[in-house]
Design a protein around this ligand. Structure first.
Ligand SMILES: [Zn+2]
Length: 69
């Protein structure tokens, strides 16, 4: 399936992020000091060590698909 970035309409390149054996966690930008400095807390958004993502090289943005394996 070909995807395009919704803002510039460039074709996205499929790839993945690799965590090196850890899960992926989300941290809100308004997180507390401990979370912002040492990564304490946060929300695990994927227990996989690899998440699929789509990159727009034009805008240098990446869309992560947390459901796709
Ligand atoms: Zn783009």
């Amino acid at each position: 399936m070909k995807l395009e970035y919704p803002y510039c309409k460039n074709e996205l390149i499929k790839g993945f992020f690799y965590s090196g054996g850890c899960s992926f966690k989300w941290h809100d930008e308004n997180a507390g000091l401990l979370e912002r400095t040492i990564g304490f807390g946060g929300e695990i958004v994927s227990h996989n060590e690899k998440v699929i993502c789509y990159r727009c090289k034009n805008c240098n943005k990446i869309i992560i698909d947390l459901n796709e394996l």
